[in-house]
Design a protein around this ligand. Sequence first.
Ligand code: ADE
Length: 543
Amino acid sequence: MERPVFSVLSWVVLVVLVEQLGAAWLPGTLRVNEKGVLLFPQLCKFCDVLPSDCNSSSTTCQAGCDITSICESVKEVCVSVWHTDGGNVTVETLCHNPARPIYGVLLDDYNNTQCLMKQYKGLGPDYYMCSCNNEECNENLIFIPGLETPKEPFDYFKKVLISLVAVLVLALVIIALVYLLWINSIRQRPLKSKHPGHGSGDTRAILHDVDNSENSLNHNTELLPIQLDGVVGKGRFAEVHRAKLTNASVGGTNVPFQMVAVKIFPGVEFASWKTEHQIFLDAELRHENVLHFLTAEERRTENQYWLITAYHPKGNLQDYLRNHLLTWEQMHRLGSSLTRGVAHLHSDQTPCGRPKVAIAHRDLKSTNVLVKDDLTCCLCDFGLSLRLDSTMSVDELANSGQVGTARYMAPEVLESRINLENIESFKQMDVYAMALVLWEIVSRCIAIGDVKEYELPFGKLRDHPCVESMKDSVIRDRERPEIPSSWTNHPGINTLCGTIVECWDQDPEARLTAHCVSERFNDLQDLDQNSLNFSPEQKIQND
Ligand code: ADE
């Protein structure tokens, strides 16, 4: 709705000039059509808004505008807008390009030769508009009763908005459909692929086949062919059985069975099964020093919940230490792999740098560490573990309570004085327990000199000391497992014992991180081999 740039008089002068000088001189407002005919912009009434006594119930009336203007562009037509605010009536006359909205609506009557007033109900009951393409045609306004926009006129922007919303909804529907199809395809993936009998070989291969979704739960119809073969461990909530997984395949060759471990939770311990299962479901937990998880099963008929994992015939670390002496190398292998396992658990990224959730074990002890065939350790029993999500509230952390085994509880746990504001506190508790386990390992290494019978840390206390007696030893008397001076004659053991002492510091903040301890083990490996040469492995019992 721009003001015309020329008056009628100046237009006449221009036309004369065009005739004299030819079409090459044409201003931008003139156009020649395809037949070579010169097109002139329309002459319309153009008074903007004027008060009027024109009544919409009369059949015709005059706009009352005495200014005729030449529209700016050949595309523009004449338009009149009749409006009343209840008392006052106004009529607006102007030139307008019908390709553009006026008052939010696109006019469709611009080819008319007369201005037929149409009511635009979407703008309110008191709006009439007309457009026409004839000289001064917007002066004479013709009201035809019943001539109105058939439905609420769509506002230009509304149209655009509705189109956008429609496209968005369509895109969302497509994404949802693709997602559902994908989920469905995962659900329907045959269990076969998880079954070692169809896999490429060892237990690790099976593990890589088991996906990490909720899908790693076998429902009743798809239970693995497993034969239980005797109890190998008893925990707080469950029993661990050695078991045969039949129709297995090792290194691509079919074998009658493969050994696995099955942790069986009775129905009432569903919550513990679920906690441990959830921890195992995190793909990024996979590490050579963390027990390999195969799958979880709900055995409805027996009212049991199973966790199926790799089986390690050497059993737990405590039993192994009880029955074996260690060379420096073996001690180093067990100790360093234990710290690597804890460091991985605590880390918020994998060795390849992918993000992972840090986990606190909260029940580290020598019976919750397994010895693998290559004499490295792997951590097990994640029933009390905690995901150290940054989203965990202090309340949630506080509700997790004083957990673990009293003998291995750090002083701040025994006292229930944990700094819940800081997730590092949970790692510091684990480091304390890890130090006790490292002490157990060192105590069985021939490099310390005179090796005694295996003894638990704080071994003079009774079998299952309660929190109160642990408080007396660890807090009141500040006791720690003994490190005799004779041990420190060996330079490697001396360094290691220094590290252990730093890890069981009374002050949790002063303790080393598991990652740091693991690096100290690496440094020890580089020590002059001559200074570490000791007699070969002694065994008090064959494997
Ligand atoms: N004791 C507990 N879990 C075990 C496992 N996976 N292998 C051997 N002994 C175990």
